[in-house]
Structures are given as structure tokens and as C-alpha cells.
Ligand binder design. Structure first.
Ligand code: BES
Ligand code: MN
Ligand code: ZN
Length: 493
């Protein structure tokens, strides 16, 4: 979708539909749109009332156009009264709902407020809502095609600040949508080599250095976790490193994403129902790839390194067995008691490598545990860390970016549940608090003094229900915006 900004008057703008905001006022409605005369506004409100519009935040009501307004269709979207406090996420969601309700429409004009913070929210909601994944449809439906052009109409004239805000939002939305595409791509079309190639493509032409380890290089490097998970598959594993190091930058951030292109569970095989969703087990990797692209395009003044450990977890004659002991990067040995706890194995190698460079902060994002969904549901990510300030920094960034994430603990008592009789540790801990024991496992690979945050996005990364707000069905692009916002925060010092 193309998103632009203009200062043409709403009533004379050529478009297929015009979106205006409305606010509930007592039993009535109030129009929150500039450039519409009192007489036109009264007509719009009368038509809205006639069809039962209430102005409830997120409510979308379509009415036919009126004399004096060029658009053949007017769409009213309910928003909370901005004079009673600004909820930017509610605005993103409301505008997302409006744009989604207009699927099948080509050009939409949105009457937008001039303040850049609000404008950004309206813009992002629109861009993220106009998404569909049709790469594998032989003839995609035109009737449900996402809106192809959105023009935001501001009063007066377009300022340089507004233009810059829209350019930024476009980079962020491109990155989120790229991440969604990667998650939605079927597993037979996205093996580890393909994910590595996609990472390289994503930063093509940008000042990002790409290094890819193949299975031989991984063996030489001692990445026993990535190799063990990948050994059962005909599609070999890879490790990708993406380095963005702008001149003069002093702060440094490493982001690591779980890249299991398909998780059957391996020999500890998963039940058949819903296994197809495990094509999305590379959601963390997709977030890293998207975020690296956005950070480089935005030219943020901070060194950011992305890591994508990627493998396919398959059962076969060459697959790892429950009971195997493997040696991870850095030398720690792990007794693999359950081959379905594979994400932590690939992450451990990448975290160990990232820690060698002693960055200011390491963050990983991973579709790591079913227990995350049990604890927090499908929409809220769990945030764990070895240091409270870093965890708070990530949660605040998520909130600013509009992603739902919640702080969770890493209780010391769970450490005993990964004790192994044979090796240094096992790869599964207490089933109660399974999200936390997975975090406790990862923490073993972070040296003392290294700040690290772990985000479990098992639920929010993939929407298995209907679309809502600006969130489509399938891949959501979870964690991209948070990564970018953390980079911004650290860059600002
Ligand atoms: N990829 C899964 C976690 C998952 C489940 C993500 C559902 C999204 C939706 C992960 O590799 C896994 O299988 N975890 C196991 C760990 C267990 C064996 C300790 C789980 O959660 O059951
Ligand atoms: Mn698994
Ligand atoms: Zn997995």
C-alpha cells in the first residue's frame, strides 16, 4: 500500500472513500474532522445517526457520500475524545479497523490531525491494516484486496516534520509487513537457506554487512545447538549475522531471533492438529530481519547487530535423539531430553556469539514456548531479563511502539529443574512456569555482567483467529516495532 500526505481539502479530494473520525457526545455524535463545513457536517452526522452509529472507539460506519463532498462513500470511525487524553494505540487500532473495512476499495483519503504524534498513529494503523498475503494464490480476490492507496489529509500545508514522520512510518510498516510475509510463507518455500537469503535481500543496498555460516562453518565455530537441531533435516541449518555500524555511533545493541523454519518437534514429535502453524516458528528471526532493515533505512545512530540462527526441526534417521548430549558454542554441554525444546538450543549458540562482543544490550525474540500462551494469552508477549532496568527499558519501548508486552520473572529456584545427571544442564525444566524455565535455560549462556532481555512471542507472533484492528490473520510482525524503538531509545542515550 502507498501512504502519502497532502493538504487538499477533504471535500474536494478525489478518492473512492473518505474516512472521518467521530466522537460520542452524550447520546449524540461529534465530527472530529477539519475542512468540512458545518452544513456538510450536520448532513454526515444525521446520516450516521440514522444508521445507528454511536461513535464508540473502533466502530466503523459506512454511509453514501453527500452533496458538497466529492467522495462517493464516507466512513466514520469512532475514537475516544482526544481532549480527555490521548491513547495512541487506540487510534492506530481504530484507523486500522476503518482501513480493513474498506478492503476492495482502491484509493482512500483520511481526514487527519496535524500533530505529528497523532498523525504517526493514524498512518501506522492504516499501513499495517492494509495487508494481505497472496503470494500463493493463483487469482487473488479483488473484492477483498487491501486498500492500495491512502492519502492523509492535513489542514493548511504539509510541513517538513509531517513529511519526515510519514517517511519513517513507511519504513517501519515495510519492515513489519516483510516480517509478516516471512512468517506466512509456507515451510516448503522457506528452508533455512531461504531464510538466510531473505535476510540478505532485506538489507540489500543498505549499509549492513551480512555473514552467513553454512553447516561446515557452524561445525568449525562449535555451534553444536544449531547443528543438532538441524541434523534431522534434508535442509541444512544456517546462521546469519547482520551488522549495521554507522560512523560515530557509540551505543551497541544485539538482537537475536529464533529461526526454526518448521518445528515438527523432531523425534519428540508434536500432535498433528495445528502443526501447520509451526511454519511460524521463525517469527523471532523475521522480527530481527525486519528490524535490521528499518533501523538501517532510518539511519539510527547506534550500532545494531542482528543474529538469525535457523534450522528445520525434523524427525529422521539422522535426527537428534532424546538423551543425546551436545556441546554448545562456548563449551557447555546439554542433555537433550526433549527434541521439541529446540528453539533454546539454536538461540544459545547465537547468544553466546553475541555476548563475545559485549554490547550494551542483547535482546532475543522467540516463539519459544506453548507455556507463554498459557500464561499470557495470544496477544501479550512475555519479557524476561537478567537485569530489571533492561527489562523495564524493553517494556517501555514496546508500549511506545504499540506492542503488548508484559514483564515476567526468572525465578532462581527454577534453575535446579535444568540440572542434568549426565551433562551440564538439560534442555527442559519445570513444566509449571515453562516460559520461565526456558528463559532460565537461555540465561545460562549469558556471561555475568552482560545485560540481556528475552521476549517470548509464541502467542502474539501468529494470529490464528480473525483479523482485528490493524492485525491481520497469520503472521503479525510481532517484535519488529519494539526492536526499532529500543534502538531509538539506546541511540538517544
Ligand atoms: N515452537 C514451540 C513453541 C510454540 C508452541 C510456539 C505453540 C507457538 C505456538 C517450541 O519449540 C516448543 O515446542 N516448545 C515446547 C517446549 C517443551 C518441550 C519444554 C512446548 O512449549 O511445548
Ligand atoms: Mn519445539
Ligand atoms: Zn519451536
Amino acid at each position: 500500500m502507498t501512504l502519502t500526505i497532502a493538504a487538499t481539502p477533504p471535500s474536494s479530494t478525489t478518492c473512492d472513500a473518505l474516512v472521518v473520525a467521530v466522537i460520542a457526545k452524550g447520546r449524540g455524535l461529534e465530527l472530529a474532522a477539519h475542512g468540512i463545513t458545518a452544513a456538510q457536517g450536520a448532513k454526515v452526522l444525521a446520516a450516521l445517526k440514522a444508521v445507528g452509529a454511536t461513535g464508540k472507539p473502533g466502530e466503523v460506519t459506512k454511509i453514501p457520500g453527500i452533496t458538497g463532498i466529492k467522495a462517493p462513500v464516507i466512513v466514520a470511525v469512532g475514537i475516544a475524545d482526544p481532549r480527555k487524553g490521548l491513547d495512541l494505540e487506540a487510534l492506530r487500532t481504530a484507523n486500522g479497523s476503518a482501513i480493513r473495512a474498506l478492503a476492495g476499495t482502491r484509493k482512500v483519503a483520511v481526514v487527519a490531525p496535524p500533530e505529528t504524534v497523532v498523525l504517526r498513529a493514524v498512518a501506522l494503523g492504516a499501513r499495517l491494516a492494509a495487508y494481505s498475503f497472496t503470494a500463493f494464490k493463483s487469482s487473488p480476490s479483488k473484492a477483498s484486496a487491501p486498500v492500495s492507496t491512502v492519502v492523509l489529509l492535513v489542514p493548511g500545508s504539509v510541513t517538513a516534520e509531517q513529511k519526515a514522520a510519514i517517511a519513517e512510518i513507511n519504513h517501519i510498516a515495510d519492515a513489519v509487513n516483510l516480517s509478516r510475509d516471512l512468517v506466512n510463507t509456507p515451510p516448503n518455500a522457506l528452508a533455512p537457506v531461504d531464510l538466510a537469503a531473505a535476510a540478505k535481500d532485506a538489507v540489500d543496498g543498505l549499509p549492513v554487512k551480512v555473514t552467513i555460516w553454512d553447516e561446515k562453518a557452524l561445525a568449525k565455530q562449535g555451534c553444536g545447538g544449531i547443528l543438532a537441531v538441524g541434523q534431522g533435516s534434508a535442509n541444512p541449518p544456517r546462521l546469519v549475522k547482520l551488522e549495521y555500524a554507522p560512523e560515530g555511533a557509540s551505543a551497541s545493541l544485539h538482537i537475536v531471533g529464533k529461526g526454526i523454519t518448521f518445528d515438527t518437534g523432531g523425534i519428540s514429535i508434536k500432535p498433528a492438529a495445528g502443526m501447520d502453524e509451526m511454519k511460524g516458528d521463525m517469527g523471532g528471526a523475521a522480527a530481527v530481519i525486519g528490524a535490521m532493515q528499518a533501523i538501517a533505512r532510518l539511519a539510527l545512530p547506534i550500532k545494531v547487530t542482528g543474529w538469525v540462527p535457523t534450522a528445520e526441526n525434523m524427525p529422521s534417521g539422522t535426527a537428534q535423539r532424546p538423551g543425546d548430549v551436545i556441546t554448545m558454542f562456548g563449551g557447555k554441554t546439554v542433555e537433550v531430553l526433549n527434541t521439541d525444546a529446540e528453539g533454546r538450543l539454536v538461540l544459545a549458540d547465537a547468544l553466546g556469539l553475541a555476548a563475545l562482543e559485549k554490547p550494551d544490550l542483547i535482546i532475543d525474540a522467540a516463539t519459544l514456548t506453548g507455556a507463554q500462551r498459557v500464561a499470557l494469552g495470544s496477544r501479550l508477549a512475555g519479557v524476561m531479563a537478567n537485569d530489571d532496568a533492561s527489562r523495564a527499558l524493553v517494556c517501555t519501548a514496546a508500549d511506545e511502539a504499540g506492542e503488548a508486552m508484559w514483564p515476567m520473572p526468572l525465578p532462581d529456584d527454577l534453575r535446579a529443574s535444568i540440572d542434568s545427571a549426565t551433562a551440564d544442564i538439560t534442555n527442559i525444566g519445570d513444566r509449571f512456569g515453562g516460559m520461565l524455565s526456558a528463559g532460565i535455560f537461555l540465561k545460562e549462556f549469558i556471561p555475568a555482567g552482560q545485560s540481556w532481555v528475552h521476549i517470548d512471542i509464541a502467542g502474539p507472533s501468529f494470529n490464528d483467529k480473525g483479523a482485528y484492528g490493524y492485525t491481520p490473520k497469520g503472521g503479525t510482525g510481532s517484535a519488529v516495532r519494539t526492536f526499532v524503538q529500543v534502538a531509538r531509545t539506546l541511540a538517544a542515550g
